[in-house]
Structure formats: C-alpha cells, structure tokens
Design a protein around this ligand. Structure first.
Ligand code: FES
Length: 144
C-alpha cells in the first residue's frame, strides 16, 4: 500500500468512527425534553396555598391559569366552593356572604348561589364554577 492510499484509508476510518458521535450529537438536539414541572396534572391548576385560604376562608386570584377564581372554605372543608367572581351582568366582582351562603354583586344587586346559579337579577347567566380541592398544601381548581 502506498503512503497516499494509507493516509486516505486512515482518514476514511477516522470519519467513519466519528460519524456515530456526530449523529448522536445532532439527534440529542431534536429530542423533546421530558417535562420537569411539578404542576398538578389532569387539568388541575394551583391557585394558592391552604394557609392563604385558611386566613380568611376565602382566596381570590385574578390571574390564575384558568382566569379569576374565588375559592370559599377552609382547607379542612369537605366541599370547597370555587367560582369566577366576575358578575355576569356587567362585570363587577361579586363577594361571598357567608351568613347567607351566597354571592352578592355590589353594583346592581345580583345574587348567586354557592353553585353559581342566579338567585336574583339583573344578571341572567350563572357564575362560572370550578371544582376545587386541597392537594398537599396547595389549593387547586379545574373547570367543572
Ligand atoms: S354588574 Fe353585577 S349586578 Fe350588575
């Protein structure tokens, strides 16, 4: 084998041995990283902590992933109440009246039940409701 042929063979061998590394390097860039988020699964969205809820028995979040949410209850409650507190009449924020167990709008007097249904107008549409629960020390909700 001549010197030139030998160098050519060595060069080809080097390229051939480097090829799997080059392919591996390229393919690792195209793989999708596995999610590392610790967000609740199954459509549940964290809106706060049980400690925040327990302070007043209410937790209002305006910029949650599902929109505005008002959660009523305590972390030990069997059934947490959760609604979008935006009044369906003209958009004021309703308040929970614990003694009457209903939501009342301060603007024009509409009232809604704990299930979001209209008890008194002028609002005609119910409040959007969510299913809420405690998961660990988090308050999580999802669309009902
Ligand atoms: S905005 Fe709530 S009753 Fe009008």
């Amino acid at each position: 084998m001549k010197r030139r042929e030998f160098i050519s063979w060595v060069g080809l061998g080097w390229i051939a041995s480097s090829l799997p590394i080059a392919i591996a390097a390229c393919s690792s860039e195209t793989t999708t990283p596995t999610p590392t988020s610790s967000a609740p699964s199954g459509g549940w969205q964290k809106v706060g902590t049980s400690a925040e809820l327990d302070k007043t028995g209410q937790l209002i979040v305006n910029d949650s992933p599902v929109g505005s949410v008002l959660v009523v209850g305590k972390s030990k409650s069997e059934n947490l109440i959760a609604v979008n507190p935006t009044c369906t009449h003209k958009g004021c924020t309703v308040a929970w009246k614990d003694e009457a167990k209903k939501f009342a709008c301060p603007c024009h007097g509409s009232e809604f039940g704990a299930d979001g249904k209209v008890l008194k107008g002028p609002a005609k549409k119910p409040l959007t409701t969510y299913t809420a629960k405690i998961e660990g020390d988090s308050v999580v909700v999802k669309q009902s």
